[in-house]
Design a protein around this ligand. Structure first.
Ligand code: GRF
Length: 224
C-alpha cells in the first residue's frame, strides 16, 4: 500500500499492443487522481504502440521479446527478473497478450491485476466482443480481476456493464467497452494503492470485509 513515506505505489505495467489502458493509467497518475509511480513499462512485442506512449511520458520502456526465448518458462523467468529490478508493489497487465506460467503468477500472488473485455466469468479468452454479439447478449463490458493460475479466472474486483445496441458490430461494441475500461482500471488500481482492496487466500477483501460479488458500474457511474 502507498503510505506517508512513499505516497505513490510503485508499479510496473506489462503491455503487448497499443497501450490505451496504459495511457489512461498514466493520465490519471499525471492528473494526481491515481497515487502510483510507474517505474517501468515492459512489452513482449517490440512493435507495441504503448512503448512510445511510455517513452513520451518519460517512463522507462523496455522490450522482452518472447520470440527470443525457447520456452514459456524461460521467457517468464526473464520477465520476472526484470520486473523485480524495479521492486513494484503491483504489476499491472494492460493488454498483455501472453498466458503466464503458474510460477510467475504465484510469484506475484495478490499483486497482479488484469483487465479483461467481458463480464467474467462470461467469455474468457479472445474475441470477446464478437462472442457476446453471437450469443445475443444485451449487456457486455469489462472486468478487473486479480490474476490466478486459471486464465481470466481470478477473483473479479469490479466490472463495468455496457449495453449492447441494436446495430452494434464487434468494432463499435469494442470501442464503447474500451472507453469504459479507461475509467474502470485506474479506479481499481487506485483502490489497491490505497489499501482498500486486496486478495487473501484467493478471496477478496474490500474495505476490510469480504467482497462477495464484483463492484458493478455503468459507464455513466464512472464518468460522474
Ligand atoms: C483491452 O481491451 C483489454 O481489456 C485487453 O486488451 C485490450 C488492450 O488494449 N486485455 P490497449 O492495449 O490497452 O489499448
Amino acid at each position: 500500500m502507498a503510505d506517508a513515506a512513499n505516497p505513490r505505489l510503485p508499479v510496473v505495467v506489462l503491455i503487448s499492443g497499443r497501450g490505451s489502458n496504459l495511457q489512461a493509467i498514466m493520465d490519471a497518475a499525471d492528473r494526481g487522481d491515481l497515487p502510483v509511480e510507474i517505474r517501468a513499462v515492459i512489452s513482449n512485442r517490440p512493435d507495441a504502440g504503448g512503448l512510445r506512449r511510455a517513452a513520451l511520458s518519460g517512463i522507462r520502456a523496455l522490450v522482452i521479446d518472447h520470440a527470443c526465448y525457447g520456452s514459456r518458462e524461460a521467457f517468464d523467468h526473464a520477465l520476472m527478473t526484470t520486473i523485480d529490478t524495479f521492486d513494484p508493489s503491483l504489476v499491472i497487465l494492460a493488454g498483455f497478450m501472453r498466458i503466464l506460467t503458474p510460477g510467475f503468477v504465484r510469484h506475484y500472488h495478490g499483486r497482479l491485476l488484469n483487465i479483461h473485455p467481458s463480464l467474467l466469468p462470461d467469455f474468457p479468452g479472445l474475441n470477446t466482443h464478437a462472442r457476446a454479439l453471437e450469443a445475443g447478449r444485451d449487456q457486455h463490458g469489462a472486468s478487473v480481476h486479480f490474476v490466478t493460475e486459471e486464465t481470466d479466472g481470478g477473483p473479479v474486483v469490479a466490472q463495468v456493464c455496457v449495453p449492447v445496441l441494436e446495430n452494434d458490430d464487434a468494432a463499435t461494441l469494442a470501442g464503447r467497452v474500451l472507453a469504459a475500461e479507461h475509467r474502470l482500471y485506474p479506479l481499481v488500481i487506485g483502490w489497491f494503492a490505497e489499501g482498500r482492496v486486496s486478495m487473501q487466500n484467493d478471496r477478496l477483501l474490500f474495505d476490510g470485509s469480504p467482497l462477495q460479488s464484483p463492484q458493478r458500474f455503468t459507464p455513466e457511474d464512472l464518468t460522474a
